[in-house]
Ligand binder design. Structure first.
Ligand SMILES: Cc1cc2nc3c(=O)[nH]c(=O)nc-3n(C[C@H](O)[C@H](O)[C@H](O)COP(=O)(O)O)c2cc1C
Length: 223
């Protein structure tokens, strides 16, 4: 790395309007095929694909460039099984007592329940942790800025990178997720953000028949 405080930005690629339109449409057509998958095959994933996708996630914009995230990749069967057991314990309490009627109503079209077989069936889980404070190599504590927003953006990059690499994901948030610190031996200053289930869809995988809001419903243009 150079010691200069500022360096010229030479990576910008100017495009003609026509090309911009084409690329934006192509990207939309590609990303709209992403769906949350809840039925996975056990086919293994080349680990270098996961590594590249995490590198892509690590390029995300973030508060004061503190990069307040950790990605823990789990392919070990026994650990996946332990995560399933702990997640199902929490989800049992969630579905039977913690969730409000309204929340359960909102979840009903998705067909989710307390059983989480995908946590064992999928070849790879990525536990994403957000750091409110970090511990520097010299042992000093460093406050992190906009940790939640930053980790949310990095997770978005990761999901898009995995989709682009031909994989499917499930953003899973067993509630609460504190057990992940224990199972994965993470320090207390790392807060579980979400558990990304990664792999290939099972042969007869189905998805809820839901729709996305139109442009008019999600955007206003003030000229
Ligand atoms: C923060 C977050 C938490 C989620 N938690 C869960 C979850 O615990 N279990 C689950 O089955 N889906 C979960 N989902 C997936 C959503 O239900 C899904 O993204 C939504 O229904 C839209 O469907 P789509 O991803 O196929 O477009 C979560 C999504 C997000 C962004």
């Amino acid at each position: 790395m150079s010691n200069l405080k500022f360096i010229p930005y030479t990576d910008f690629e100017p495009l003609k309007e026509e090309e911009m339109l084409k690329r934006s449409k192509e990207f939309y057509n590609k990303i709209k095929k992403r769906r949350t998958i809840r039925h996975f095959s056990n086919k293994e994933i080349p680990i270098d694909v996961i590594k590249n996708c995490i590198l892509a996630a690590g390029t995300a914009p973030n508060g004061a460039n503190m990069q307040p995230w950790s990605f823990v990749v789990i392919t070990n069967k026994a650990i996946k099984q332990e995560i399933r057991t702990e997640a199902e314990k929490e989800e049992h309490i969630f579905y039977s007592t913690r969730a409000t009627e309204k929340w359960l109503e909102a979840l009903e079209p998705l067909g989710t329940d307390e059983r989480k077989p995908f946590l064992e069936e999928a070849p790879c889980l990525i536990a994403i942790f957000s750091k409110k404070t970090d511990v520097l190599p010299n042992g000093e504590k460093a406050k992190q800025y906009y940790a939640q927003e930053s980790v949310g953006i990095a997770t978005g990059f990761l999901i898009v990178a995995l989709h682009n690499a031909g994989l499917v994901t499930l953003t899973h948030t067993p509630s609460p997720m504190g057990f992940l610190n224990k199972v994965l031996n993470r320090p207390v200053y790392e807060k579980p953000f979400l558990l990304l289930v990664v792999g290939y869809p099972s042969e007869n995988a189905e998805v809820p028949n839901i729709h996305k809001k139109s442009l008019n419903e999600i955007a206003d243009f003030i000229e």
